[in-house]
Design a protein around this ligand. Sequence first.
Ligand SMILES: *Cc1c(COP(=O)(O)O)cnc(C)c1O
Length: 426
Amino acid sequence: MKLYNIKDPTEQVSFEQAVQQGLGRGQGLFFPESLPVFDNIDELLSLNLVERSALILSKVLGEELSHETLQAILGSAFNFAAPVVSVSDKISALELFHGPTLAFKDFGGRFMAQCLATFADGSKTTILTATSGDTGAAVAHAFYGMENIEVVVLYPKGKISPLQEKLFCTLGGNIKTIAIESDFDACQAMVKQAFDDQELKQAIGLNSANSINISRLLAQVCYYFEAFAQLPAAQRAQTVVSVPSGNFGNLTAGLIAKAMGLPVKRFIAATNANDTVPRYLRDGQWDPKPTQATLSNAMDVSQPNNWPRIEELFKVKAWGLSELASGRMDDQQTAKAVQNLASQGYICEPHGAIAYQQLSEKLADDEYGLFICTAHPAKFKESVDEILKTDIALPDALAQRADLELLSKTLPADYALLRQMLLESK
Ligand SMILES: *Cc1c(COP(=O)(O)O)cnc(C)c1O
């Protein structure tokens, strides 16, 4: 597989290089030089998740990873289900939260960890990543205990849910967690700065596990196919997919699936009050505002990293951006959406509920809707309990960690201090 740097297309890399480097020169994102288009979609959809995903990704990756290697990687990475659950006559939920850290980030995090382990040459690697709440947990758990890999996770102090924090800041071992006294965009900026720091990069073997890493996106493409495999064949071409979006990796993966021939009718990009993209799609002005804290904190991103990939894909496929629907919801509307779903018998956390509400408002009579449930409701127990005046149960993965001590350090949003800490712990 060949990929190029969107900012500087003369920089071309293999999948292995792209996975290991994360970002290209000038912080440019890597993008596939070509994508296969499948014309045997029904045949593909008749396979199971692991077999189908191995087939799709081996076509994307070419000779770089054999079909057998991919099958082994995916067998251990995707060892949990992604069920489509019916909510009403016309709307279903794609539940992506049945992995070990109860959010869709497990798909990408676990696949990336397996790829890096496969490509490992014995030298030491430091995975530096910023999280708005769920990536940190998925990446930390996926790499926990792996040899020669140290994981450093930055997250905005006090801006992720207490249970999200417990899930990954209590592991210790090769997992270091740092609470940054600022917002997610500041954490993301510090990670990018580290990538531009050649000396540091060399010294600690820097890599990133953010959704800027192409391996995560490719893993996520697979569950869109899985969702369509579970829909009645007659509905597929009329299905609209609504994606709760923050850094826009999830939507990028969905659009890539469509580019490969999955018959998604159209997509809805659903955001919270951090609505840079909906405003951009409406006015044509890219005008990020300061990041606001919301109930759907994993989408508190005002400068979504993956947006350039979406623009690139629309350009390559000659699609019009006007085909992409979008909308935003404030916290009050989000809480209403959670209640609205509960009244239909479906308990959902704020991120999925935003996608649901946007979908139900924008769905035409002849369309079916699928919204993506990105996290288990218990991961946002504080909000869900308060909105629904209930007390939802904690699944084992959370219950086991809820009483453990947090091991995080706190740092101001100051790159020099982060750099020093990374070099000292080398
Ligand atoms: C990360 C995350 C999102 C946003 O996904 P992007 O790929 O960054 O757009 C939405 N919901 C939850 C629960 C998340 O963890």
